[in-house]
Design a protein around this ligand. Structure first.
Ligand SMILES: NC(=O)C1=CN([C@@H]2O[C@H](COP(=O)(O)OP(=O)(O)OC[C@H]3O[C@@H](n4cnc5c(N)ncnc54)[C@H](O)[C@@H]3O)[C@@H](O)[C@H]2O)C=CC1
Ligand SMILES: O=C([O-])C1=[NH+]CCC1
Length: 325
């Protein structure tokens, strides 16, 4: 008797490529925010069947002053498996090169095949600003009127768009280390923006302050910050990089997206010795308090789970549009 081996081959379709223009059309802050709130809450419950997401692996690109970050995430119950590759750089004054470049890969968790490869820059810009806006929704003082943004790059623009869409600030101020940066930013924004010549001028009296710079030294000092203000600190994602000084870090109640991420990656947390009071997800889950009455800092490092739910949303919308599957 001859036994003829039979190989069952489950040939997956090749991955779809969804690039910047399409991602931009398919994703909106209003749709993304509830999914991000849900994901942050799930992450903070530390239930491995809900979210498995290690702190990102950062490979130094020494010659180029940057890092490649690998950000894998598995959401077993939701059937989402993804990873983002993100390269981020310390750029010198006057450099026109991008500080961040990213790609998100979405896989089928059952077979391990890649379903989609997506531009990650729109996702990174929008989900980071949306998470900062969630921090402001939870932690900013009631009747906040003045928003100040330090930095005028991609994240500054996305934060400005998401914050002005979500809240009604009476005054918006911006500071850049260069006049050209501030002028470019002001030209790109609809509505009134006050360009400030110093960071101090921008933040004095502000209720909400967003720091989105590529700086590795503090740009925001506690003595300038109004008591009770909320700071969303988005830059300085390496253990020896800073955006905030020790005074602010020690006086404020500090929240983070991921406690482990903050302890391993945030120079503002590590070098100041400040304690992380809670994750944003703990506040969403109701297990930690939102201290709106105090000065608060949300230290954002960025998490794979934020990219995972964003990429899944883009993919679902793309499938619905294409009438596929
Ligand atoms: N927390 C998170 O999830 C994420 C954080 N980031 C970080 O956010 C920051 C901004 O990113 P992008 O807007 O994409 O970069 P970008 O290059 O578009 O903008 C950077 C801005 O920072 C300013 N800047 C650079 N060095 C400075 C210095 N020494 N002092 C003051 N201002 C300085 C630049 O003039 C520019 O306005 C970076 O640090 C990046 O690593 C980026 C993506 C996600
Ligand atoms: O989460 C993210 O994509 C990043 N955080 C810091 C630089 C890029």
């Amino acid at each position: 008797i001859h036994v003829i081996p039979v190989f069952v081959s489950a040939m997956a379709a090749p991955p779809v490529v969804i690039w910047e223009r399409e991602v931009r059309q398919l994703l909106s802050p209003a749709d993304l925010i509830p999914r991000l709130e849900d994901a942050l809450g799930k992450f903070s419950r530390r239930d491995a069947a809900e979210v498995l997401q290690p702190v990102r692996t950062a490979v130094p690109l020494q010659k180029h002053g940057g890092f490649m970050g690998l950000m894998p995430t598995y959401m077993e119950k939701d059937g989402v498996l993804s990873t983002k590759f993100v390269c981020f750089y310390k750029r010198e004054e006057g450099s026109t090169l991008p500080a961040v470049q990213a790609t998100v890969v979405l896989l089928d968790p059952e077979y391990g095949n890649v379903k989609a490869v997506m531009d990650g820059e729109v996702i990174t810009a929008m989900r980071t600003a949306a998470v900062s806006a969630i921090s402001a929704k939870l932690l900013m003082p009631p009747q906040a009127e003045v928003l100040a943004i330090l930095g005028t790059g991609k994240q500054a623009l996305s934060h400005c768009r998401v914050f002005t869409e979500m809240f009604s600030f009476k005054e918006l101020r911006v500071w850049s280390r260069t006049k050209e940066g501030a002028a470019r930013f002001i030209r790109s924004i609809d509505g009134p923006v006050q360009g400030c010549s110093t960071a101090e001028e921008a933040v004095r009296g502000a209720d909400v302050i967003v720091t989105v710079t590529g700086s590795t030294q503090p740009v925001l000092f506690g003595q300038w910050v109004k008591a009770g203000a909320h700071v969303a600190a988005v830059g300085a994602c390496r253990p020896d990089w800073r955006e905030l000084d020790d005074v602010l870090m020690k006086e404020a109640v500090v929240y983070a997206d991921s406690r482990e991420g903050a302890m391993l990656e945030s120079g503002d947390v590590i070098l100041s010795g400040a304690e992380v009071f809670a994750e944003l997800g703990d506040v969403i889950n109701g297990t930690k308090a939102a201290h709106r009455e105090k000065t608060t800092v949300f230290k954002s490092l960025g998490m794979g789970v934020e990219d995972a739910v964003s990429a899944q949303l883009v993919f679902d919308r793309w499938k619905a549009q294409a009438g596929k599957f």
